[in-house]
Design a protein around this ligand. Sequence first.
Ligand SMILES: [Zn+2]
Length: 279
Amino acid sequence: MKRLLLLIMILFTCGCTNNAYVYSNIDDNIFCNVKVNNSNREIINLLKQEKYFICNNLEKYLDYSILNTEDISTIVKEVNVGLYRDYYKDVVESDLSKDYLVLVNKYYYLKDNYVPNDLENISTDCSVGINSYLRHEARLEFEKLCQDAKKDDINIYNLSAYRSYEKQNKIYNNKVKTKDVALIDSVSARPGHSEHQTGLTVDINLLSKQFDKTNEYYWMINNSYKYGFILRYPMDKEKLTGYDYEPWHYRYVGRDVALAIHSEDITFDEYYAYYIDNN
Ligand SMILES: [Zn+2]
């Protein structure tokens, strides 16, 4: 009885009942700045239950769902990474203040004069070839990964890490001379849009899909996140990343973020949209 009296007093003095009534009225009509009506209420209710639902994207989810027949979960993922517009359309300069979490993809680019200022040469124990530079922290972690792998009789080494804008420009343009642009875009980045320009990316061991048949591939899948690296272009996520499956291409994002991406089984593009850009 005492508790009941206390509750009545709290409700009366703070006016909570009134506020609750007002808020529920607002929710009924406007949700995330979108007018809720009989034709969109059902889909909005489904959308807002999605784990990666972003309030600012609500209007885009609704527009996208009219043109695309995918399930709600896929609509949320695809809109979050930017697929409501074509690749390379309305591109945005990458936010360098995000440091090791900078996003570079088909919507985000680095300027032609961007060169990371802390590039360091990967130890020859862990690298072959000439493109052997990574940013300081990524270099340290990659070498740790490589040395620990050796203890398990696994040999992981860099084939190609940092690449300048000019280098990517040559690579891309040479490929485009001989093949169809759409085909090249699925396997090679346009200059300014290559993650290799961040100095946070490393192609390892074998530039072939056959790499995923090796013990080295499995070791990387099970261990790379412990050193802050993620498989950047996984199989079955081609639409979200914009790239063909590349079992050899790893990206440094730091240990905490790599663990989250590994546990949630999402791409870096999805992680960035929800956990970084959304905050
Ligand atoms: Zn690569």
